[in-house]
Design a protein around this ligand. Structure first.
Ligand code: FMN
Length: 159
């Protein structure tokens, strides 16, 4: 099984590589998706941009078994409900998983960097107690890629 991924700063790529290693498959960057047959089952790993799973809409004709969305929201339940709503059409018939990726401001450029800075300022200013982990990530960055974060997905793929 192939693991197709779209990654901006590397976290989703690392998750795709971890999954591919575990299932004895191959990870493939979405820019090379012509190497993936539309019939074979694939896992899709994509980073989250404003609650949307990047490039998932480009895979309508592909046989996507499940999707791993990678973001920087520590509250899994909250982000899953946002993702289900914002990606409703694209997720029909696909199982959704979420894994905390991280934030690396040094790799952000242009519009994305500007947007992140704006959101970061507003979240830090509001200073809500529930957002304390998010505030810490905005202030200090973070790398949360771990095997544990994809254990449920790996279990699902075994069955
Ligand atoms: C412009 C922008 C918008 C983002 N929006 C969200 C979001 O809505 N929810 C979230 O959890 N993470 C969001 N993120 C964070 C990324 O999804 C997170 O850093 C992810 O780990 C990036 O993965 P990558 O390294 O594979 O690109 C956003 C990042 C950027 C740059």
């Amino acid at each position: 099984m192939k693991v197709l991924y779209c990654s901006n700063t590397g976290f989703s790529k690392r998750y795709a590589e971890l999954i591919a290693k575990e299932i004895g498959g191959e990870s493939v960057d979405i820019s090379l998706k012509s190497r993936v047959s539309k019939k074979e089952e694939i896992v899709y790993v994509g980073w989250i941009f404003a609650n949307k799973i990047k490039k998932l809409s480009k895979l309508k004709k592909y046989n996507v078994k499940c999707v791993l969305a990678v973001g920087m929201t520590p509250n899994k339940e909250k982000i899953i409900s946002y993702l289900m709503e914002a990606n409703k059409k694209e997720l029909v018939g696909k199982k959704l998983f979420y894994a905390l990726g991280g934030l690396d401001m040094s790799k952000q450029r242009g519009f994305n960097k500007m947007l992140l800075k704006m959101v970061s300022k507003s979240v830090i200013k509001q200073n809500n107690y529930e957002d304390r982990q998010m505030i810490d990530i905005f202030k200090n960055g973070g790398d949360f890629v771990s095997y544990e974060n994809i254990s449920e997905l790996l279990e699902y793929l075994k069955n």
